[in-house]
Design a protein around this ligand. Structure first.
Ligand SMILES: CSCCC(=O)/C(O)=C/O
Ligand SMILES: [Fe+2]
Ligand code: NI
Length: 259
């Protein structure tokens, strides 16, 4: 092939590749941007597509890491319907605990990390690297440190969704993240020091302190954070539709009625 040319025409680009000992023409074509039409038609992945897929695989592989002792820092149970103080556990009678694997089915990812050493923790670094969590800050939920404490707590407990993942790592204290299961039942996820949790984009949820009244949480984000809560109902948002398709309907065609 040395010295020969491969000419590929498509509407937006015309690509000439001179094959030589230094350039692998097949690889050059696969990495062209935009991808040549014949690659698109044959479904051959470009370099960008391969990189995207590899990132997703790395992020997914991370979901099985750092699980030892997780039950001590993250527990989940079905809630009762009582209107009593939101900070109470709200167990059903009898109690209905939920295996953490069930949370994975809902798209919730979680880990047990060493919160005493979070600044140097290699496991936290691995998670951030694999999942692209470039942004972090720390949020103390207590009246002295959180501006507009009462209003914020009220907003946290309004059922809402975000258009990106909600990623929280409990460094001190504890709190409850409530999520809906596939049948709209409330599940209470109790997170203690060392528990890190990811609620997927488009999942309705709410947050409350428990009766110990304090959490110090690391908040993580991919890129610049967008904190906007979309209170229920916000079923028309693409993030919600994707969540419903992927998790609630598991790729099927069932429709979910808006409340
Ligand atoms: C524990 S961080 C405060 C809760 C929060 O940020 C949130 O978005 C709840 O849904
Ligand atoms: Fe939230
Ligand atoms: Ni809206």
């Amino acid at each position: 092939m040395a010295g020969s040319y491969i000419e590929i025409e498509q509407t937006s680009v015309s690509l000439s590749v001179k094959a030589s000992s230094r350039v692998n023409p097949k690889r050059f074509i696969r990495n062209a941007h935009p991808p040549p039409l014949f690659l698109q038609l044959r479904g051959i992945p470009t370099r960008a597509e391969r990189a995207g897929r590899e990132r997703l695989q790395a992020a997914a592989a991370m979901e099985n890491e750092f699980q030892d002792g997780k039950e001590e820092v993250i527990q989940a149970w079905y809630m009762d319907d009582s209107e009593e103080d939101q900070r109470l556990p709200h167990h059903r009678e009898p109690k209905e605990f939920i295996p953490l694997a069930k949370l994975s089915e809902l798209g919730v990812v979680s880990w047990n990390l060493n919160a005493d050493d979070w600044e140097k923790d290699e496991n936290l670094k691995k998670i951030r690297e694999a999942r692209g969590y470039s942004y972090v800050d720390i949020c103390d939920v207590c009246p002295e440190k959180l501006p507009n404490y009462e209003a914020k707590l009220k907003n946290f407990f309004e059922e809402h969704l975000h258009t990106d993942e909600e990623i929280r790592y409990c460094l001190e204290g504890s709190g409850y993240f409530d999520v809906r299961d596939q049948n709209e039942q409330w599940i209470r996820i109790a997170v203690k020091k060392g528990g890190m949790i990811v609620l997927p984009a488009g999942m309705y949820h709410r947050f409350t302190l428990d009766s110990d009244n304090y959490i110090k949480a690391m908040r993580l984000f991919v890129g610049e954070p967008i904190w906007t809560p979309y209170n229920r109902p916000h079923d028309h948002l693409p993030a919600r539709k994707e969540y419903v398709d992927k998790i609630i309907n598991r790729g099927g065609n069932q429709t979910v009625e808006a409340r």
